[in-house]
Write a protein that binds this ligand. Structure first.
Ligand SMILES: Cc1ncc(COP(=O)(O)O)c(C=O)c1O
Length: 419
């Protein structure tokens, strides 16, 4: 963990004495928004997952209906309690969770991960007396695990990854010890889109009495449908006996607007370690399932709405489109002599590298053409997370990529960064 840079800046902005007119407010917002990445045109990746106009309409209406409600107190808004329960149950079904499983919705992958790590920390303390626990996650795991360890006072240790970018099974065995509170694998991982050897890793953890978390924040609403298409997907979910918890983001390939994820535990009893209950204050009993106190209601309604609207058939159709786009990109990248795809991504997260050209310089040209591909360092790569919208721009994307490979100059030194 390194301390983050904080810019010294003077705080000039003050609340206006006199409010603006509605027109002025929205003129100003629209003016500012012009600088934002244009996801409508399919030129962004990983930040927004556009799935078509009908899905947009469903999401907009669900959000509109629940702009004001607060999911902090489900007894006042039973509709939210029901929708949250059903989103969790539908997700549990997709991921083959046993009937005794339990879970909640959270605000996103990071919060789901922090909750899974917290449950593991509490279990290690109570069941094995572990005080200074260690969280073991692959080097390719999302930074949310380092953040969880940091927030929860755990030591974060990394499992090395092999040449195929998957976590090293032997190293996992060597690294698990009496202080390990949780072992993690990704399905798939963000950087290279590969699925870690979940079966082998979870078996090692189970042998040592340690819980195992599959991070399927990206894959939870993707891999079950890739499997339905009859494509090979390694086992990654609760069918693997040693998997004790999972995270799956509805706001990624579930196509929900932001603020919706699900955390699941194999045994609903463990949920008790997640939920915070407090009564030692004048207000009476206060309970909360995750980090947030007041919780926005709209993500719950939007998650329920989009999942119910699409159903398994709708998701399968969207995944078919996404996979066809991914196949096309992989084939055409392999046909460009200077480029290759790193590893063997199982679905639609692709990292493109090169042994002969500087992919950062190639990406400068892509930037100039309006694309917003992410940059990665280990190994240097252009990163794509494909959504259904990209099917309509894949020809342009590939033509621009071929142009960029031939016409790039020296790298302008743009950083690989997400924030
Ligand atoms: C594999 C994986 N896990 C976890 C997360 C964290 O999710 P969020 O950004 O919703 O907190 C991400 C985000 O991209 C991810 O790719």
């Amino acid at each position: 963990m390194t301390a983050g840079p904080v810019e010294a800046r003077e705080l000039h902005m003050r609340l206006p004495e006199k409010g603006m007119s509605k027109d002025e407010v929205f003129d100003r917002i629209r003016e500012r928004k012009r600088e934002d990445a244009d996801w409508h045109g399919g030129k962004t990746f990983s930040l927004v997952y556009p799935a078509g106009e009908e899905v947009d309409e469903v999401l907009a209406e669900a959000n509109r209906l629940y702009v004001y409600e607060n999911a902090l107190n489900p007894f006042k808004f039973p509709s939210l309690r029901e929708m949250e329960r059903e989103v969790v149950e539908m997700t549990a079904g997709l991921l083959n969770a046993p009937e005794r499983a339990g879970g909640t919705m959270t605000s996103g992958g990071t919060e789901s991960i922090i909750m899974a790590v917290k449950v593991a920390r509490e279990r290690a303390k109570l069941e094995r007396g572990v005080e200074n626990g260690i969280l073991l996650a692959p080097r390719s795991a999302h930074p949310a695990f380092a953040k969880a360890a940091h927030y929860l006072g755990l030591e974060h240790r990394q499992i090395p990854i092999g040449d195929d970018f998957r976590a090293d099974v032997d190293a996992t065995g060597d690294l698990v010890d009496d202080r390990t509170v949780l072992v993690v694998g990704s399905a798939p991982g963000y950087p290279h889109g590969v699925v870690d050897p979940i079966e082998e890793m979870a078996a090692i953890a189970a042998d040592r009495g340690v819980p195992f978390h599959t991070d399927s924040c990206v894959g939870g609403f993707l891999l079950p449908f890739v499997e339905r298409l009859g494509r090979p997907v390694p086992l990654f979910d609760f069918r693997v006996e040693g998997v004790t918890s999972m995270s799956a983001d509805v706001h990624k390939y579930g196509y929900c607007t932001k603020g919706a994820s699900v955390v699941l535990h194999r045994d609903s009893e463990w949920l008790g370690h997640q939920i915070f209950m407090y009564s030692d204050w004048p207000g009476g009993l206060y309970g909360s399932p995750a980090i947030a106190g007041a919780r926005p209601a709209a993500p719950i309604a939007a998650a329920w709405a989009v999942m119910s609207f699409l159903g398994a058939d709708g998701y399968t159709d969207l995944v078919r489109t996404v996979m066809e786009t991914a196949d096309r990109i992989r084939a055409e990248v392999d046909a460009i002599p200077e480029l290759h795809v790193w590893g063997n991504p199982v679905a639609s997260v692709i990292a493109i590298g090169s042994d002969s050209v500087d992919v950062m310089a190639v990406n400068d040209v892509m930037d100039d053409q309006g694309w917003n591909l992410d940059r990665q360092l280990e190994p240097p790569a252009l990163h794509m997370m494909l959504s259904p919208k990209h099917a309509g721009v894949v020809d342009e994307l590939l033509a621009d990529l071929r142009y960029a490979v031939v016409n790039h100059g020296k790298s302008r030194g743009a950083e690989a960064r997400y924030a």
